[in-house]
Design a protein around this ligand. Structure first.
Ligand SMILES: Cc1cc2nc3c(=O)[nH]c(=O)nc-3n(C[C@H](O)[C@H](O)[C@H](O)COP(=O)(O)OP(=O)(O)OC[C@H]3O[C@@H](n4cnc5c(N)ncnc54)[C@H](O)[C@@H]3O)c2cc1C
Length: 457
């Protein structure tokens, strides 16, 4: 039987392994860490289910929703009652698609610059380009991606300073840093899928990590954890296998589902133009502190607090949306730092990260909150992400679509998967793994003829 090796067990690699396994192919997934899931992985501490990376699924996440349904992972709508600290005051927004809901948000919207002419223009263009700005597997984002950064786009549309702070701060606080330099198409897509549709955000009842757990279980018999791949071997006629510590494993096809810098490192035989495209892929960093508490830390009903003007971490109490992730009567405090702050924190030990982040949020605490002290908490965990969210520089989407085609012609049995090869969030990652598996299946069935390459972004 033909063998397909999958390198990396994040959403992309698991999506590929799951697809191949369903089709009865001899698949082997090699994962460097002692657990699979990558940035979708969950942790479990004393009955608390913790998401270490991914939080939300957007309404256009078709691949994610399909796999959740197939694997019996129930989803719930996320309740979004969010405090915004802006201009020295707290403003509260509630995600409600109804007219009364919108009216109750009006004063907050005014402070956030959302009732300006510039904001109306931006919203109008997002609605008009909805087909291009989705995060679905068949998104046409590459078609409107060009040289323009999001910063330049905001400048061109005459967005007010207040609106820029709100929009950039929202995305950056959500762990994507310095969006002024990201592709305008990507960031507008991000806003269209999250900020403008907060009432459509979804989460698995037991946290996003429930999807990783379900995929892990479905692929358990084809997975080898704690097995870092050192090199993907490329010969004259294509990929021949992979090198792991002390062993070479032969393969008829390889799906490389690791972040772009790792792919560059372990596939020295990548064609030069593909290497260039991958070298331009950059990621934000993130540092996440999770504490278990025996009381809600935020004002009643708030699921989060956001500080768009500075580097104060995003504050979440996930137990508001996901009571099934905490033991009865308990809560969590989730602090997520991005931008430069994350890079500083990545260097510190856990106790220092806790002290620093708690000090950050105590500067301007939400009114009526009950934030923990340094020695509080049923437990504390710190998750460090040197590679967090792909920043999507302008032109990346087009270049990636071209590179996938080029790779298909030059090394037909090597497939790149991973968030950076699509719209770089969890749906793109999962969809890229599924598509790579389907392409590999096509290739192996037709006995080595050139493959059909899915050219969606
Ligand atoms: C804090 C945070 C919050 C996020 N929030 C969201 C969100 O709310 N919604 C959303 O859609 N996305 C979110 N994301 C982004 C999302 O997590 C990623 O886009 C997606 O999970 C990436 O999946 P992947 O499979 O491409 O990569 P990864 O998850 O990085 O998987 C790559 C895997 O390869 C393994 N690996 C690396 N090197 C090797 C090697 N040499 N050999 C074998 N294995 C190797 C890694 O250990 C890892 O398991 C968030 C990310 C972070 C960090």
């Amino acid at each position: 039987m033909k063998r397909v090796i999958i390198v990396g067990g994040g959403a992309a690699g698991l999506g590929a392994a799951y697809t191949l396994k369903k089709r009865g192919v001899d698949a082997l997934l090699l994962e460097a860490e002692n657990h699979v899931g990558g940035r979708l992985a969950a942790d479990e501490v004393d009955g608390f289910l913790i998401d270490t990376g991914v939080d939300f699924f957007c309404y256009s996440y078709d691949a994610v929703f399909r796999i959740c349904e197939e694997l019996g992972v129930p989803l719930v709508r996320s309740i979004q009652k969010l405090g915004w600290y802006k201009d020295g005051r707290w403003h509260v927004t509630t995600a409600a698609p109804s007219i009364p809901g919108m009216v109750s948000n009006l004063s907050a919207f005014a402070h956030m610059g959302l009732l300006s002419w510039g904001a109306m223009k931006l919203i109008y263009k997002v609605i008009r380009q909805a087909d291009y700005l989705t995060f679905a597997s068949n998104s046409r984002m590459a078609e409107i991606d060009g040289d323009e950064t999001f910063g330049e786009y905001l400048e061109k549309t005459g967005a007010s300073e207040s609106l820029r702070v709100t929009l950039s701060g929202f995305v950056e606080n959500g762990v994507l840093d310095y969006v002024a330099l990201s592709s305008q198409a990507y960031i507008r897509g991000y806003l269209a899928n999250t900020f403008l549709r907060p009432h459509k955000l979804m989460q698995p009842e037991k946290g996003a990590g429930a999807l990783a757990r379900a995929l892990r279980d479905a692929c358990a018999d084809v997975t080898r954890a704690s097995t870092p791949v050192r090199e993907v071997l490329v010969g004259e006629r294509g990929v021949t296998g992979v090198v792991i510590d002390g062993e070479t494993i032969e393969a008829d096809a390889v799906i490389c589902a690791v972040p772009a810098p790792v792919a560059l490192e372990i596939i020295p035989g990548l064609p030069q133009r593909v290497r260039e495209t991958l070298s331009n892929v950059t990621y934000s960093s993130a540092c996440r502190l999770v504490m278990g508490l025996d009381r809600p830390p935020l004002p009643p009903g708030w699921h989060g607090a956001i500080y768009p003007e500075d580097e104060t971490p995003l504050v979440l109490d996930r137990s508001i949306n996901l009571p099934g992730c905490v033991p009865p009567g308990k809560s969590t405090l989730d602090l997520i730092a991005g931008r430069e702050r994350a890079k500083q924190l990545l260097e510190l030990d856990d106790a220092e990260v806790k002290r620093e982040l708690l000090r950050d949020i105590r500067r301007n605490p939400p009114p009526g909150s009950d934030l923990p002290g340094d020695d509080d908490g049923l437990f504390t965990r710190v998750y460090r992400w040197k590679i967090a969210v792909c920043k999507g520089p302008p032109g990346m989407f087009k270049a990636m679509a071209n590179s996938r085609r080029e790779l298909g012609q030059e090394i037909p049995n090597l497939f790149l998967a991973g968030d950076y090869t699509r719209v770089p969030l969890v749906n793109g990652a999962l969809a890229s793994g599924i598509a790579a598996a389907e392409e590999a299946l096509g290739l192996l069935k037709v006995g080595g003829q050139s493959r059909t390459v899915d050219s969606s972004p």
